[in-house]
Design a protein around this ligand. Sequence first.
Ligand code: SAH
Ligand code: SF4
Length: 448
Amino acid sequence: MNKLDAALVASALQKSGFILTEHAREADVVLINTCSVRQHAEDRVLSHLGHLKHMKENRPELVVAVMGCMAQRLGTNLLSHEAVDIVAGPAQLPEIPRLIEQVLTQGTKTLAVTDKIRTITNPEQSEALDTFEYAYDSDVNHIPGQAFVRAMRGCNQFCSYCVVPYVRGPEVSRPPHAIIEQIKKLADQGVRQVTLLGQTINSYSYRDGDRQYGLANLLEMTSRIEGVEWIRFITSHPGHFDDAILHAMADLEKVCPYLHIPAQSGSDRILKAMNRGYTARQYLDLLIRARQIVPEIAIAGDFIVGFPGETEADFEATVYLVREARYKNCFVFKYSPRPGTRADSKLADTVQETVKKERNLRLLDVQNEINEIDNQQFVGQVIKVLVEGLSKKPHLNQANEGGMPQLIGRTATDFIVVFNGPESLAGQFANIHIEKAGALTLFGMLVE
Ligand code: SAH
Ligand code: SF4
């Protein structure tokens, strides 16, 4: 979602005549998009601001804007930082070009955040946000041939550890026609894959007169758009998961068999304290159903280790769940107390940092072991990938094709595939013969 927000702002600024540069030292305006989910992300922003403060000592005319969740969370506190000129929350992104002009002409600091964050945005503001989304062109700052499209804003789940509902506001589903029009435009620009975004995308729900639209309807409408070939959606919440979504995945060829569905923990006691609304058994039963309906499905999960009061037995339950789930991959995070959340105000952060770290590594080891075994099934197969572009880090790859650079692509099931080929393939589909499978990456050769 932050990648989309950054691309939207970059797109709006280019339309207002600004030009993107590679380095802060060349820039007249620096924007920092921020995340508040963990303290570490906020610390990094503060450290960037420290550097920018030094830069401003020599160049006082440099304009610095902080946007996104941290802007919304810290508001005036952030504005009082010496380096900062503009603080703009997630709902104020459309205003950024105007705010920059204002600072450039008047030189005054500006705060643009939502006052009462849990109040539904007024219709004018929703419309401004929709217009802003629609104006986004696919060529700005993103992987060729791919686009993120927001289907929902905000979140109503209030997981006890999570800051999102307090910085992105209440859950609002965008009108299906606005989403579809936007995707049609992106498809005309050459976008082949769209990823629908929402904090709990499976609860997408929009009422238009007598008609009720859910995620399955949205997938079906999107798959009718010519030019779009792959459709993904992230992230799903395991509570109240409608099987119609799985049937849409099975029946609609364009919907990728990939489900990102965080469990967060395998201990029922911890799940309850997290306010997640399901048990480990219910979660695993959902995965069984998903595999019955969509046999080729690849599933990814998120986990938080070291939640307040997490014992060794609770953690063992998480290890058990990971072994049972046989994920395609999982993301593991160390619990980070977030001010204003229920977990932070009611529960002490009891698990030592060293224990959090150790559990984090242990869980990743378990997942790695699973991948080492499961990924071998791909060796010898020819698999279709959507090519993203040059591989950022050179991988060890036996297959070296006549001086061609190493490229990265992703399968419909979201596996990363590394192979050699012409850079012009970025944004196109290609067939790759898989030769080797590591825990995180598949390696192969381009099939002509
Ligand atoms: N709405 C999405 C993603 C939310 S943030 C969802 O619910 O799936 C992405 C991930 O960050 C979460 O899935 C969770 O695993 C992690 N996370 C959220 N708050 C956290 C916290 N306070 N400490 C550590 N990890 C956290
Ligand atoms: Fe946070 Fe839970 Fe909402 Fe995800 S579903 S954004 S973890 S409150």
